[in-house]
Design a protein around this ligand. Structure first.
Ligand code: ATP
Length: 374
């Protein structure tokens, strides 16, 4: 069992907050990914959970017990670092067994447990090698094995895949997902790589400037971002964000800017007009010669192999479309795009908060409360 509760935790370095009033309830067996841009406080938060950094305020609870002031080695947690931190002069077997020997386990018992864990991570053939004679992926597995050997309640991982090349990273990602399923332990995993977050997490906590921007399943964050920051952070290429306004025309709400005029599929009685950001993911735009939703001129076409990224200038606003290759367009072409109303996300331009336009019960009656912030 390992439920981790982070209760209003802050960390200040001098006058600056690295982590600001973060609260998270991480259930037993979850794979929670702390995601965010460089410097947003992910590592500091993980180090506070591990006990390597002391919070300036707030509490951390493990299975209901306050561990904020407990020494790292007394917490039932194992940390895997980006650098692996293996001992270069020790064999793989001794590296893996180190946490047990330092807890005064006998040689025989340690060897037994090391063999068990090495078997699970396919390291049995490498036990007598030293770290220098291992590939990056093998070293990473040794670091994991050393964390697993104590059978901790939770694993804390700080960018453990960032030293691996792309192919190995993807293979190790799959291994970690399988390992998490097999062990059923709680994983808290720091990364700035959204692909890692989307593929591995049961939940993502996206951090921004030391605060939680949104917590939820990968699908929730991708499909229903609660701020323009979240919308722009997840997705490669990111969501297109158009400064626009919402107007009421012929009884329906439309989102409008110089290069965009698209229906929101909602009936409304009177103009709404607030300044908004209209967000549309590149894969949700369709090229259609008869469409009038978005018009622009192609500035560049990027070939991704199976797909193309088509960049256009929509009346001064950059817009990107992801299309199957070949889409048959080139720089200089005039392009028309269609978008489904359900694929338009709306954000308040000043605050960045998601806006929800609800269908009024009586479509012809303007209802000021129909516009709310999610
Ligand atoms: P990255 O992805 O680049 O590792 P991160 O999200 O893990 O970034 P942190 O390493 O947690 O970010 O740092 C958060 C902020 O706290 C940064 O502005 C960083 O400069 C600052 N910081 C971290 N450790 C210290 C320290 N020991 N002293 C002063 N400032 C620090």
């Amino acid at each position: 069992m390992a439920r981790l509760q982070i209760d209003a935790v802050s960390k200040r370095f001098g006058a600056e907050y690295a982590v600001h009033e973060v609260s998270l309830d991480i259930a037993d067996g979850e794979f929670l990914v702390l995601l965010g841009p460089s410097g947003c406080g992910k590592s500091t938060l993980l180090r506070m959970i591990a006990g390597l950094e002391e919070p300036s305020s707030g509490r951390i609870l493990l299975d209901g017990i306050d561990i904020t002031d407990i020494a790292p080695q007394q917490r039932d947690l194992a940390m895997v670092f980006q650098s692996y931190a293996l001992y270069p002069h020790l064999t793989v077997a001794k590296n893996i067994g180190f946490p047990l020997r330092s807890r005064r386990w006998s040689r025989a018992r340690t060897a037994e447990r090391v063999a068990e864990v090495a078997g699970a991570l396919e390291l049995s053939q490498l036990l007598e090698r030293r770290p220098a004679a291992l590939s990056g992926g093998q070293r990473q597995r040794v670091a994991l094995a050393r964390a697993m050997v104590r059978d901790p309640g939770a694993f804390l991982m700080d960018e453990p895949l960032s030293n691996l090349d792309a192919k190995l990273r993807s293979a190790t990602r799959a291994e970690l997902i399988a390992l998490h399923r097999r062990l059923g332990s709680t994983f808290v995993y720091v990364t700035h790589d959204q692909v890692e977050a989307m593929t591995m997490a049961t939940r993502i906590a996206l951090l921004h400037a030391g605060r939680v921007a949104q917590v939820g399943s990968p699908e929730e964050l991708y499909d229903r971002p609660i701020t323009a920051f979240v919308a722009g952070f997840l997705g490669a290429p990111p969501m297109n964000l158009f400064p626009a306004e919402v107007v009421s025309l012929d009884g329906e709400l439309r989102v409008r800017a110089a290069g965009i005029d698209a229906s929101l599929g909602i009936s409304a009685g009177s103009p709404s007009g607030p300044e908004i950001l209209a967000g549309i993911r590149p894969e949700r735009l369709r090229i259609d010669a008869t469409a009038t939703d978005i018009r622009g001129r192609v500035t560049m076409v990027e070939n991704l192999g199976s797909e193309e990224l088509i960049h256009l200038d929509a009346a001064g606003i950059d817009c990107c479309v992801r299309a199957a290759r070949p889409a048959g367009v080139q720089a200089g072409d005039d392009l028309r795009l269609r978008v489904d109303p359900a694929d338009i996300h709306l954000f308040d331009r000043a605050s960045g908060h998601r806006l929800v336009w609800q269908e009024p019960e009586a479509p012809t009656v303007h209802d000021a409360t129909a516009v709310s912030v999610a």
